[in-house]
Design a binder for this molecule. Structure first.
Ligand code: TRP
Ligand code: SF4
Length: 362
């Protein structure tokens, strides 16, 4: 069982074996100018992505839905989702972004006012600063608590789901509060509502998420079939990306500040953080010169891979220099620190501008 509300590290291999997530490499060759998150294998799995490949190829209509729970500050791992949304937006997809304040309330005890505040000062501000176009056609962003259609749909769909099923999927117990038991249905409605007549009717949809969200995807796809007669839903597709490792080697998490580089960090702080990160270097310089480092175990390398080096050839060079012991961690870290400093300098300016616009969105 996967618990979407606990933060344990997930075994990606097992996930694909146990739950039937398919390898993303199935389709990689069929996608025009894939973003580096795809080409570098960070997006590792999918369900039914063939439908989306087809829509991309034909230039036909499809929608992308992915939300975030406003529970704290956004960290650099969250940027991955936004990067994907930006790519899909450029490809002409309809974009739907639920801000999961109902989930945050029922699963984390965050008050609605706090969520709203976080949505504006953190989420929307960062989305704009990272480059999402809020003025594009068919762009939708909303708080779950303020979306009457989504709530209404969730209630309707709940008619065909029972408690033992929810317990089996999520491990809910007799002491789980009812708001928490119900809130996955809101997410199901987040994902299915773009297929309502009001939004143009049934269409391929894709939900890019981390693998912790897969229980919601499975539930949504089941429910879509149960209501096929009434709504003609096409079961949503999904993709799954690897999580970014935290600075300490455990999962990066907003609730553990020591693990995270926050998007609101100053350039100096971000730089200091990356310099303190766990690497795949050896005990001694001598040993590292002889046997090389292990980029696969290195948080600094991961930061370069996910975010800081757009050029594949350059990344390859860094990888091999590490492997062959040509470069030591000190120098390599300094390079990453310079890059992150530069990114955060530019990003801080974009955030300042975005703040003004963010106030007006909800
Ligand atoms: N549950 C997601 C999270 O914890 C947030 C979310 C709400 C979501 N609605 C969604 C994700 C719809 C994808 C699609 O971050
Ligand atoms: Fe990581 Fe760079 Fe050290 Fe290799 S040389 S382990 S990539 S910091």
């Amino acid at each position: 069982m996967i618990d979407p509300w606990s933060s344990s590290i997930i075994d990606y291999e097992k996930l694909t074996e146990q739950f039937g997530i398919k390898p993303f490499t199935d389709f990689l060759g069929e996608i025009d100018d894939p973003p580096s998150l795809m080409s570098r294998g960070i997006i590792f799995g999918h369900r039914d992505y063939g439908r989306i490949v087809k829509a991309l190829r034909e230039g036909s209509n499809f929608a992308v839905i992915t939300g975030m729970m406003p529970s704290g500050k956004m960290h650099i791992g969250h940027k991955m989702i936004v990067d994907q949304l930006i790519w899909y937006q450029k490809k002409g997809a309809e974009i739907y972004i639920p801000i999961a304040d109902m989930e945050s309330y029922s699963a984390r005890g965050v008050e609605f006012e706090t969520s709203r505040e976080l949505a504006i000062t953190e989420y929307i501000t960062n989305y704009i600063a990272l480059g999402l176009n809020f003025k594009a056609k068919n762009f939708h962003i909303y708080l779950q608590s303020e979306n009457r259609e989504v709530q209404y749909l969730a209630y309707k769909l709940a008619k065909k789901v029972n408690l033992s099923e929810m317990k089996a999927i999520y491990g809910f117990s007799n002491s789980t509060n009812l708001a928490h038991i119900y809130v996955p249905l809101i997410q199901v409605a987040d994902i299915l509502h773009p297929q309502l007549a009001k939004y143009g009717g049934p269409k391929p949809t894709v939900v890019p998420v981390g693998p912790d969200q897969d229980p919601h995807i499975r539930l949504t796809r089941d429910i879509a079939l149960r209501f096929k007669k009434i709504f003609k839903f096409i079961p949503p597709s999904s993709t799954y990306h690897r999580f970014i490792t935290g600075l300490t080697g455990e999962k990066m998490s907003s609730s553990k500040p020591k693990t995270a580089i926050f998007l609101s960090d100053s350039p100096e702080l971000a730089e200091r953080k990356i310099k303190s990160a766990k690497t795949g270097g050896k005990e001694t310089l001598n040993e590292q010169r002889k046997t090389g480092g292990v980029p696969e175990d290195c948080v600094v390398y991961e930061m370069l891979l996910y975010h800081l080096i757009p050029d594949d050839e350059e990344l390859k060079r860094i990888y091999h220099n590490c492997r062959e012991g040509n470069v030591m961690c000190g120098e390599c870290k300094q390079n990453a620190a310079d890059l992150i400093n530069d990114f955060f300098c530019k990003f801080a300016r974009k955030r300042e501008k975005a703040k003004v616009l963010a106030e007006k969105i909800l």
